[in-house]
Design a protein around this ligand. Structure first.
Ligand code: MSP
Length: 481
């Protein structure tokens, strides 16, 4: 079995904010889970940048730099941000790369040869923010795009069209057979009712575009950015060694881009004669401290700010445990500080520290008999159940429940006193505690990859524990968020 996980590819006119980081960290956490289950060689995790957009041209112009120089710099910035917050991507794709250009041509030619592309005239409302045509019914009462709050441009052009309308029934059939093609159900229902309302053919080229990949059969037209961007998922595995990853593709995306991923993309793949992704999952959006994130409000938070203050693991846990993956929710600084202080430092950090100090002090570091690998496995399986369902918040909550139960056991049994009255009983308590720490360690490899190596050191080898360490510095030493 294999697993191919992808994030959306991000537009290069923007710098990474925590909305982007949320999606990337969630996918990274899933990739880490699957690597444990299937072996690293059977998992392939892709992220990257979406560069063939008019937004790129405008952003480069604003920066005063030539486009290639601007692109190098910004794509590099995305990549180093992901490196800094501990994203374990296996490949980083840029849609200006030659490999992408080649795969796009190959797939487009197949769609063309299948008779699904024709020349026609189009008039419509184009939103530059969405990079798409919007219907009258999509606009708000002021005639604006509801996401970008701008009146779309009226465009009338002659270009090439994809026969999306031909695929409505076929799409409904594939969703009936494989509902995992879009989860959660709420998102799937939105997409299904959009399909049922009737699909229009879509324009897939621009004669006037400055940026983009030319059509294979007409060099004067550049391919519409979404049509090229979606193909990135195939480009990255389009080699003889990697192509069999395709059958296990799992796209993680935001709820804002399901029409592209769940209507246009599967129709393109069907037309090109390629298998559909195995699954897709659309997550929700969050507000920050109750307020919608937006450039105009100036409340866009960089993941680096949080990571530098609280560390990468708190950033990951804070984002993924605020609300269940798939729902909308809120991310608050106050809750993050609480999570760090109460659950991470006082809960998890103290637990590890106290147990290892006590075992070193009273048992000379020797691990007592009675640590049950079966019980460790059983608890890990419960955690794995949440991960398989992409219930990331539940998985994290379960992890902290084990922390709490171990702390309760420690406080209730007071093994530091028991060692003086009943050494056998004290050893049983230590065995149980070490068993819980081992269970937490396994889950931490996925949920707290930055802290994990120190947990491994503290738990030592099969015979003896290691030295106690501080897992998380106290919050008082940090500035207020
Ligand atoms: N380039 C396209 C995607 C092409 S994929 C073939 C794009 N890029 S984007 O940079 O604008 O947004 C990418 C994704 O970032 C969104 O789908 C969503 O997953 C995530 N988010 C952006 N802002 C977000 C929030 N405020 N909250 C949660 N996720 C957000 O669309």
């Amino acid at each position: 079995m294999k697993k191919y996980l992808t994030t959306p590819i991000y537009y290069v006119n923007d710098v990474p904010h925590i909305g982007h980081a949320y999606c990337t960290l969630a996918t990274d956490t899933l990739a880490r889970y699957w690597r444990e289950k299937l072996g690293a060689e059977n998992v392939f995790f892709l992220t990257g940048t979406d560069e063939n957009s008019q937004k790129t041209v405008e952003a480069a112009r604003k920066s005063g730099k030539p486009i290639p120089e601007y692109l190098e710099e910004i794509a590099g910035n995305w990549r180093t941000t992901w490196d800094e917050i501990g994203i374990s991507y296996d490949d980083f794709i840029r849609t200006t790369e030659k490999r992408h250009h080649e795969t796009v041509h190959k797939i487009l030619q197949k769609i063309y040869d299948n008779g699904d592309i024709y020349r026609g005239k189009y008039e419509g409302h184009y939103c530059d923010g969405c990079e798409t045509f919007l219907k009258e019914s999509d606009l708000n009462e002021k005639g604006e795009c509801p996401d970008h709050l701008k009146i779309p441009r009226k465009i009338s052009e002659e270009n090439y069209f994809f026969k999306l309308s031909k695929y409505g029934d076929k799409l409904l059939e594939v969703y009936a057979k494989n509902p995992r093609l879009l989860e959660p159900e709420k998102r799937r229902n939105e997409v299904l009712s959009f399909i049922k309302s009737g699909l229009d053919d879509i324009s897939i080229s621009r004669e006037s575009a400055e940026m983009g990949i030319p059509l294979p059969w007409d060099e004067n037209h550049k391919i519409y950015v979404w049509f090229d961007a979606l193909i990135n998922y195939y480009t990255a595995i389009d080699t003889d060694e990697k192509r069999d990853f395709w059958n296990s593709a799992c796209h993680i995306l935001g709820k804002d881009i399901t029409r592209f991923h769940n209507v246009i993309w599967p129709a393109m793949l069907m037309s090109a004669g390629l298998p559909l992704p195995q699954e897709e999952f659309a997550h929700g959006f969050f507000t920050i401290d109750g307020v919608k994130m937006s450039k105009s409000l100036g409340n866009m938070v960089s993941p680096l700010e949080i990571s530098r203050e609280f560390g990468n693991d708190a950033l990951r846990l804070g984002l993924l445990s605020s609300f269940e993956f798939g729902n909308d929710g809120d991310f608050s600084h106050e809750n993050l500080a609480k999570l760090y202080d109460k659950k991470m430092a006082s809960g998890l950090g103290n637990l590890f520290n106290r147990v290892i100090v006590l075992v070193n002090k009273f048992l000379d570091g020797q691990k007592p008999a009675g640590i049950s690998t079966d019980e460790i496995k059983a608890e890990y399986e419960n955690f794995a159940g949440f991960m398989e369902e992409k219930k990331l918040k539940s998985a994290i909550d379960y992890f902290f429940q084990i922390v709490d139960s171990a702390n309760e056991l420690l406080n209730e049994k007071e093994p530091w006193k028991l060692v003086k009255t009943d050494m056998d009983e004290a050893k049983k308590v230590f065995a149980k505690l070490l068993q819980k720490l081992e269970t937490l360690k396994l889950m931490a490899k996925i949920l707290l990859p930055e802290t994990y190596p120190r947990m491994v050191d503290m738990l030592g080898d099969t015979e003896k524990v290691g030295e106690a360490q501080i897992l998380f510095a106290r919050i008082e030493k940090k500035s207020n968020p």
